[in-house]
Structures are given as C-alpha cells and as structure tokens.
Design a protein around this ligand. Sequence first.
Ligand code: URA
Length: 236
Amino acid sequence: MRLDKLLSNSTGISRSEIKKAIRNGQATVDGITVKDAKMQLSSEQHVTLFGQEVCEAKARYYMLNKPEGYVCANRDREHPTALDLMIDEPLYEKLNIAGRLDIDTTGLVLLTDDGKWLHNVTSPKHHCHKRYIVQTAEPIESASIEAFKNGIMLKDELKLTLPATLVSLESPDDNVNLAEVTISEGRYHQVKRMFGATNNRVVALHRAAIGDISLDDNLAPGEYRPLTQTEIDSIQ
Ligand code: URA
C-alpha cells in the first residue's frame, strides 16, 4: 500500500494533510525519514507519523439492524442515515454499505471498509443471495411464484431478472399476506418492482439474510455488532 494511503486510512487524517506532513519530514519508514508520499510499503515495514508508530488499520465488518426511517447513504439533508447509528465507532464515516435498503425497508445491512469484500456482496457476478420477508397487499398467486422463478422484465430494463424464489408463508393473521423472497441481484427497488410487475404491492419489507449471514435476533432495530470471522469468510 502507498505510504500516504496507509497513514490516512489508519489515522483518519485527510490524504492532503498527510501529504503535507510527509513533505515536512514528519513520517519515517524503518527509522528513515521519507518524503515520497507514493512510496510503496510492504506489510513488515515500520511506519511512524509525528514520532508515533502507525499500525495498518485492520478491515472492519459489521451487521446493523436498520430501522424504518433511515436512509442507506453516507449523508442526507432530510433523514437520519444508517451511518448515524454507527457514530460510536472510530472513523465510522469510512464505512461503506454493502447493499442499500430503501428508507422504509428494515433489517440486515452490512457495512465494511474492505472494498473487495463489499464488491463480492454487491456485484451481480457473485450471485450473493439476499433473503427478504415481505408483507404484500394481495395473496401470493402461483403465477407470481412462476414469474419470479422464470425472471421478470422490469420497466426500463433490458434484461430479465435472474431466477428468484418466492414462497408464501403462514401468517398468524388471515388478513396479512406474508412471503419469503430470495434474489441474487440488487437492482433499484427490485423486490417492490417485481411484486408491482405481478399485480401485487409490497406493504412492508424486511431483509433477513445476505448469503449465509442472517440478521442476529439479539439486535434490536438500530443496534449493530461486528461480524464473526466465519461470517466474514462466508462471503467469497
Ligand atoms: N428491494 C426493494 O424494493 N427495496 C429494498 O430496500 C431492497 C430490495
């Protein structure tokens, strides 16, 4: 990794401030002052800034139980954001959301500062499954189950949706229609649009799992926890 990137990532100081400090002789590598911000470092090298040892920041991975009313954005003028819920974490603003949810969708959100891992969650090529519990306005018809399986041509799109599973769930209330949907893409408002295209409407949407990572039952809405190593490794 480049010297300026490592120093910025691990201290939270902006890249331009770091470059200035390096130019002013405030950084050393293996005990020698270095003024080249672009210097490539190996993981064994010892780096200091302002006389203090700097360790390479370890990548961070979290799951959050997103409540309704929060937007999946880094900043928003009108609404609180999922990142506002992570404010107790140092450098929380460096975390990125791996698969956004709509403001009215609740449930599992993954956050990380590991770009490759995030890509593996979100890239359509990786077919990472996302499982949702859906309340719908109308009962689930078998024609919809078939349509979800065969792919749906959504408005303004050029390709059918990839095969998705739709399963009607038992509901404790006869007036409430519940279903489980599993998709392997992340198109804009995908679940809502798929139901819309099959003459139904989503009343409530909750994400229960991404790949093998299920939302922890112990997390109340708004709470988060670090992922376990097994959960991190489950995303390839
Ligand atoms: N599909 C949607 O329509 N909304 C979400 O928030 C997630 C998936």
